[in-house]
Structure formats: C-alpha cells, structure tokens
Design a protein around this ligand. Structure first.
Ligand SMILES: [Zn+2]
Length: 883
C-alpha cells in the first residue's frame, strides 16, 4: 500500500507502545508460531464468493472449504458489519448441520456453533448466505461518486471498489482475516450488462441473465492473504499491452484511457526488470491496474488488480507536471514490487509489515533510479528517509519489528518506520554486503517462501547464507531497537594528518530519558581529495587517518541511517567547503544540522549560516530541505514583528535562486529547474513576497487567455488561495466543483486550505460538513486547513465545537486522527495538554496513541521555540534588508 502524500502527514503514526526496546528474538516462520487473534485449529483453504451489489448494500454467498484440525465447539472467524441469513456446515461425506452465529462487533469476529456435539476433525464446506454494506470510506466494498464530462455536460457517476488492507476484507466476506491464513479464491459478481468488472484473476465465464444483468466469474486464484482480494465495478475504458508474456491492462473512468500511456510504459519497464531481479517471474497471467476517480488517496497492491487514486496513475504531458510524472513512476514501481514482496511472499503478521513496505519503498527507489538517470532520485529518497529520522528520534517511536496486538495497531504501523526506515536499513545492508550478494540472498528468500509467509528471521537466514556473515548479529539492533545513532566526529591535525575519531550515542529529540542504545554502524568517511575509509563503529570509539588536514565528510554518499555531528572545527571546514561537497553530502549536512538544532545540540544560527552559504545552489531537493526547515522555524514566532522579519528574510534568501530560474520554462532547461521553480513560487508566496504574489494573481486572472503552465500550476493556485478574497474564493470553489478528475480537485482544495481570511475559512469549514465532498476527503481537508493556512486556533475551535459532526463523517479508524491532525500546527506545550484532555473526554483509549504522538510533536516545537525563536528573529533582522 502507498499512503497518499496528503495522508503521510495524517498517518505519521505509530508505535506499539510507548515502552522501550525489547529484543524480540523472533523465530523463523511457522504457521503455528505466527501471532494473531484467531484460533488456528480451523484453517480455510478455498473461498468461493458470489457478490450481488445493490445501491447501499450487497447480497452474497460464501462457500469456504475448511480443515478442522481437532474437535472444536465452534468455528471462530472474522466478520464486520455483515448480516447472516443462514450458515450450513457440510462434511466431506455429505451430512450437513446448521450453525448458529454469535457476533462480537468489538472484536469483529463471529462464532459459529453447532447445536450439539463439537465439530469433529476433518474437511468441511461452510456455506454462508449473508448481506453487507457498501460504504463510503475505502474499507471493504465502497462506492465512489465522481463527475464525468459528456457532450451534454458534466454528469454524476458511480463506481464500486474495494480496499481491504489491513483488516477490511471481513466487511465483504466472512473470513480468516489474518495474512497467515492463505487460501485460494474464486469470485463471481452479478452486475448490470454494460459495466466492466475487474478482480485479481482473469474472467473465466460471463453469463447473461434474464433480468438484464450478467454474472461474471473469475478464475481460481493462487493461495493468497485475504487483504489482497479485490473487486471493481463501473463504466471503464481500458488500455491493453503486454510484457514478457504477461497481459497488462489499465482501466480508467471513461474518456481517460490516453492518460494511462505513461503508466503503461513504466509498467512494462518495471515488470521486466523485476522478473529479472527476483529470479522469479510474476506469477499470474495478467496484471491489471485501475485508476479510481476517488477513494483513498494512495494505492493498493491487490494481487493482479492494483488500485490507484487516478491522480497517482494518470498523466498527460500537456496538462500535468514532471513532478506528477515522477510520483507516478515511483508509486507504480512500489505497487508492482509488492507483487513479490507482500503478495508472493507475505509477512506472517503485521509486526513484520516492514518486510512488505520497507522492501517496496527500497525497490521503488532502486527501479526509479535505474531508469531515470536525470531525476536525482537519490536526493529525493534522502528526504523520504528524513521523514523517518524525524519520527524515530522521538519518545513515540517504535522498533521496525514491533508488537501488534489489535486491529488499530495494525493500521498504525503503516508509518515512516515501516516504510522509510525499513527502506533505509535495506539500502544500508545492500551497500554493506554489495549489490550482488544482497540480491542472491533476496532471491533465495523469495524462492524459499514463494506462495507462503515469512518473518524477518527468514530474511536474515538467507542473507547470512548468501554472505557468509552473521547477519542477525550485524543488523538486528536496527530492526529490534527503536531509534538510531548519532555519530560524533571529532578531528585533529597531527603532523599533517587528519586524525578522525568516531563515537556513537542515541540521537534523541525532546526525549531525555530514552534508554541509551548502541548499533553496529557502517560509516564511510571521505575527504575532498576522494580518499574514502569504511569503518564499522561499535560501542567503542574508532579512529581513522587521512593525509592532509582538510574537511572530512562522514556518511559520505548517504548510505547510512543515522545522523552526524561534527565538532566545531570540522563543521567550519565543511561549511567553508560547502559548494564542493557532492549534492547528497550537502543535503545530509543541512538535514543533520537542522536536526541538531531541533535536538538542542546546536543553535539555530549554525543552520542559518549554512543556508546563507549556499550561494549559487541550483538543486531543488536541497532547496526543498531549506524551505521545509525555514517553515518549521517560521511557525514558531508568537509576535507578528518577529514572524514578519523572518518572512522577509526567507523571501530575500529565496529571491536569489528564483531570479535565476524565472517564471517561464526555457528551452533545454533541466528537469530540476522546473521543479525548483514550482517549489520557490510556493515558498515565496508563503513568505508574502509581493512581486510573486502579484504575478501569481495576474497569471491566475489571465488563465482563460493563457492557461497556467502545468509545471507551476499547483504553486500558483496555492499562492492565489492564500491571499483569496471573496470573489476568488467563489472562483476556486467553482473550479473544485467543475473538476472531473482527482488532480484538479485536490489541487484546488490545497489552494482553498491556504486561505488566510478567517471569514472565508469558516465558510470552507462549514462546507466540509455538508455532503459536498466524500466524507473521508472532507475530514482530511477540515483537519488540515488550520496548519496549511496558519490559522490553527480557528481550525481547532471549529473542530472542537462541531466534533460530533466531524467524527460522524470520519471512518472508524479515521476518527483517531481528527483531533491530532487539527492540533499538530500548535507550538505551545499547553496545547499538547489540551489535545490529550480533549481526546480523553471525547474518544476511547484507542485514540490515545495518535494524540500522544501529536502532543509530543507540539512539545518538541515548544521546546525549540523557547530556545531558538528570539535568536532566529535576531538573525533574520541582521541578515535582511528592511522592507
Ligand atoms: Zn506499499
């Protein structure tokens, strides 16, 4: 699964418990030892499902082949919001009994008990007739309402889709809804004649029915986990192709097929590459991808039928930007990687989710880098790693391998730790062991566990075999302990030689009592002459010597998952030599210095001095790091004069690179320049740069004659939204309402969320409580607009006052994020307490973890504010011209 960037902020989730590390000493995979909630004495082997969707509900039959391993008084499986009409259990020899269901809505289970004696061991078929709900949230079977442009105008349409991961398959069919219970599936659906139906497997039979409908049956699947089952029904166009003998199709809403071409070309490249890399061909005869005109904001790797929000898959060279193109390549590479990591080999339980998500994220970066050499992929993924480094140093983090005891926790581990830290640890191991050895181990792991499940211990086993090294000893601290090291580098000059001493300690953000931990840290040191030294830093200090006494970079090439702190002399040398560092090393130095300021180990002027020294910097990822960090500091000022001075400083700083890239594309400019232009317009608009604001407004006003350039359109809209008056608000609202695709809709919503005018924001918030938007989308925008507009207080007061209405719109699991997301923009410790109190008053204990996490973030900002705000304001005044 790939969470939408818009919900990355949302789901910045997690942690098994707020407790510290505990070594898991996890065994290799076995069915019996796999954690989970369902008893393992009854095991399903095959599901035949027949679904008849109506408007708000569906009717269905499930025939499930099961093995009863020992006498049981009842069969316990998952079911959520399903109504059973009849349950029959038929033994292999033919006798049949009626079972009585008892539902446990809290556990989302149903207990099926025979009238008398226990059920004897043996093979049975369980026949269940039932019905269920078609929801409006992407959980189970749900409805997407969307707009389609037709000759007579814009018309309203409906599509049905499923999203099961992690625990929503039980809303479509009664099942053993845990990844270890693999079974084969045969789906059938009864739908109106003209509709297209897509599922995991190819269609095997289509039968017209007398009532004008048709019954579509799909072939029997390979054994797979329930969370990968998929079904889509709607009016669709299709783009077809083929690679390595595998049939490829991309389904879109009507009229959008041509925009699937870029994704199709990428798919062909990626599938062929993976077939070779894994040494195991993609195992199904077809791979479909569906561009959904709504629903979740990201993508889901359903086996053979991957679902995406269409904004993540469709691309038109004329109307869309390079940024979208890059995002599409990455997400397609991610979801297709899951067809091996996740679908073919599945983590045994959610505590090893990183085996799915870390791998897919790592593979996504590897494939993107391989086939798009001009894209600067390594730098982008370095910022993705920062997402994890930021959360993993806090009190609320958790180890990669983490306990998952309930369904809420299963949802919460889809976070920076499973994705970005998981990917970073894999990359670190790959560069330590070498690409070939690593790949040999990965291939052996896939071969040994294909069509089965695995744990981290299995991966270690195969990597140990391939490398001849004791992999668990080397790396288990990275997956079994929370947090990561800070490598401290001190340097002295001795008889013309640089003597570099390396030590490690745990890096902490506002968490003084975190237990001390140590890791085996592979460190690469490099000097300006290109001399490199690789060292493994363990508990004791390590020393390296370099000829000459020049600047030394640690973590050269950014292969490691840790931060670096240089002593004053070393930092001064690097700062002086900044322009000559490789871009990745420059980015790392900025990022680590910013983190040291957050941690209270350096003052803000150290970071700002570095930024002031960037000179002719042209790399957009480096500027994105700077813009993000300056925004963090910019949000900490309580006094208007201070924030005004800081904004002026930011605007003057960014004017320099912007004057080089200008407003309009030039022939032959690099792809990076386009992306830098967009970032700078957005940031300058945010800082209130008068010229940029006026030009954005003028371009927006003239858009009928001269359409906005796709590469900067989202930034121009954001600037226009930020300073919108009432007529502009109406115009943007109309644009959002007329949008017939997800990108245009979300681009405009992003602009609306930035409005600073409190009256207009209030109107927008009221609108979010109507049926204007799908409920999950409305809740996202409502809880995000305080932070985006800078009007956190206004958003918070509104959400608190209307909490029952907001919670009613949110999905059961989305409820946990309503208050934390609304409050995240605060930077006063008292607000953290207020958030926790409100959570305790209005929600149950399952909501506390997300609230704790947001509260911890607020407290971190409060601490930085207290230490650094005055100093940052003074620096800004001293380093900017008065405006
Ligand atoms: Zn994923």
């Amino acid at each position: 699964m790939r969470i939408a960037l818009r919900s990355l902020i949302l789901l910045a989730a997690s942690a098994a418990a707020l407790c510290a590390a505990h070594a898991l000493a996890e065994p290799r995979f076995s069915f019996a030892n796999t954690p989970g909630k369902l008893p393992k004495d009854v095991v399903p082997s095959h599901y035949a499902l027949r679904i008849v969707p109506g408007t708000d509900r569906f009717e269905a039959q499930a025939a499930i082949d099961i093995d009863v391993k020992r006498p049981v008084h009842a069969i316990v499986l998952n079911a959520s919001e399903l109504s059973f009409k009849s349950v029959r259990l038929r033994a292999a020899e033919g006798n049949e009994q009626i079972l009585a269901p008892t539902f446990d809505p809290k556990q989302e289970t149903v207990r099926l008990a025979p009238p008398r004696a226990p059920i004897a061991p043996g093979s049975y078929r369980l026949d269940i007739e039932y019905s269920g709900q078609i929801g409006r949230h992407p959980q189970g079977l749900y409805r997407i309402e969307y707009r389609q442009r037709e000759p007579q105008g814009v018309v309203e349409k409906t599509m049905l889709a499923t999203h099961m991961e992690p625990v929503s398959a039980r809303k479509l069919f009664p099942c053993w809804d845990e990844p270890v219970f693999r079974a084969s599936f045969e789906l059938a659906a009864v739908v109106d004649q003209p509709l297209t139906v897509v599922s995991n497997m190819p269609q095997s039979r289509v039968e017209p029915r007398p009532d004008g409908k048709k019954e579509v049956r799909f072939a029997r699947s390979v054994p797979m986990s329930t969370y990968l089952v998929a079904l889509f029904v709607g009016e669709m166009d299709v783009l077809a192709d083929e690679v390595d003998g595998i049939r490829l199709r991309i389904y879109t809403a009507k009229g959008k097929r041509e925009r699937a071409r870029y994704a199709m070309e990428s798919t062909k490249q990626i599938v062929h590459y993976y077939n070779g890399y894994f040494g195991e061909r993609y195992p199904l005869e077809k791979l479909d991808q569906i561009a959904l005109p709504g629903g979740s904001g990201g993508a889901m790797e359903n086996w053979g039928a991957i679902a995406y929000n269409e904004g993540r898959l469709l691309y038109s060279p004329r109307a869309d930007s390079l940024r979208q193109q890059q995002q599409i390549y990455g997400i397609v590479a991610h979801e297709i990687a899951h067809q091996w990591f996740g679908n073919l080999v599945t983590m045994a339980w959610w505590d090893n989710l990183w085996l799915n998500e870390g791998f897919a994220t790592w593979m996504e970066s590897k494939a993107t880098e391989r086939f798009n050499s001009t894209w600067d992929t390594r730098l982008r993924y370095s910022l993705v790693k920062d997402w994890a480094l930021g959360e993993d140093a806090r009190r609320t983090t958790h180890p990669i391998q983490t306990r998952v005891d309930n369904d809420f926790r299963a949802m919460e581990v889809f976070d920076s730790i499973s994705y970005a830290k998981g990917a970073a640890v894999l990359r670190m191991m790959e560069s330590y062991l070498g690409e070939d050895v690593f790949r040999t181990g990965v291939q052996a792991y896939v071969r040994a566990h294909r069509l089965s499940n695995a744990t981290t211990a299995d991966l270690w086993h195969h990597l140990s075999q391939a490398s001849g090294q004791d992999i668990p000893r080397l790396v288990s601290a990275w997956t079994e302990q929370p947090g990561y090291p800070l490598v401290r580098v001190s340097q002295r000059c001795e008889r013309g030689e640089a003597v570099v001493t390396l030590t490690q300690e745990r890096f902490k953000l506002n968490d003084p009592d975190a237990p001390a931990l140590a890791w085996n840290v592979p460190v690469i040191l490099a000097d300006a002459a290109g001399t490199r030294r690789a060292l493994l830093v363990e508990r004791d200090a390590r020393v390296a010597r370099f000829p000459g006494c020049g600047a030394i970079v640690a973590n050269a090439g950014d292969g490691g998952y840790y931060r670096v702190e240089y002593d004053d002399a070393g930092f001064r040398q690097l700062n002086a030599d900044l322009k000559n560092l490789a871009p990745l090393d420059r980015l790392r130095l900025l990022s680590d210095t910013f983190a040291l300021v957050q941690a209270g180990r350096a003052d803000v002027t150290r970071y700002l001095a570095l930024v002031g020294n960037l000179g002719e910097e042209a790399d957009r990822t480096i500027w994105d790091q700077v813009v993000g960090s300056l925004r963090f500091f910019g949000d900490l000022f309580d006094k208007v004069e201070e924030s005004g001075a800081f904004d002026r400083f930011v605007a003057q700083l960014l004017q320099k690179p912007f004057s080089r890239v200008g407003w309009d594309r030039r022939p032959g400019e690099s792809s990076d320049t386009q992306l830098l232009r967009r970032s700078l317009i957005d940031a300058l608009g945010r800082a209130g740069d008068k010229a940029v604001v006026e030009e954005a407004q003028a371009r927006f006003a003239a858009r009928a004659d001269k359409p906005l350039d796709a590469s900067i359109r989202s930034a121009v809209l954001n600037v226009v939204g930020r300073y919108a008056d009432e007529p502009t608000y109406r115009t943007l609202l109309r644009r959002m309402r007329n949008a017939t695709d997800e990108n245009a809709k979300w681009e405009t919503l992003s602009a609306l969320r930035r409005m600073q005018d409190p009256g207009l924001l209030r109107q927008l918030m009221e609108l979010m409580l109507t049926d204007e938007l799908p409920p999950s989308d409305a809740v996202f925008n409502l809880t995000q607009l305080g932070e985006d507009s800078g009007q956190v207080e206004l958003g918070w007061r509104f959400v608190l006052a209307r909490l029952p209405d907001v919670l009613a719109k949110a999905s059961e699991r989305g409820r946990l994020y309503v208050l934390p997301n609304t409050a995240r923009g605060f930077s006063d410790a008292a607000r953290a307490d207020e958030l926790l109190a409100a959570t305790r008053a209005h929600l149950d204990a399952t909501a506390l973890y997300q609230a704790e996490k947001a509260a911890d973030w607020i407290r971190l900002k409060a601490a930085v504010k207290q230490r650094e705000a005055a100093r940052a304001a003074a620096w800004a005044r001293a380093h900017s011209r008065q405006g």
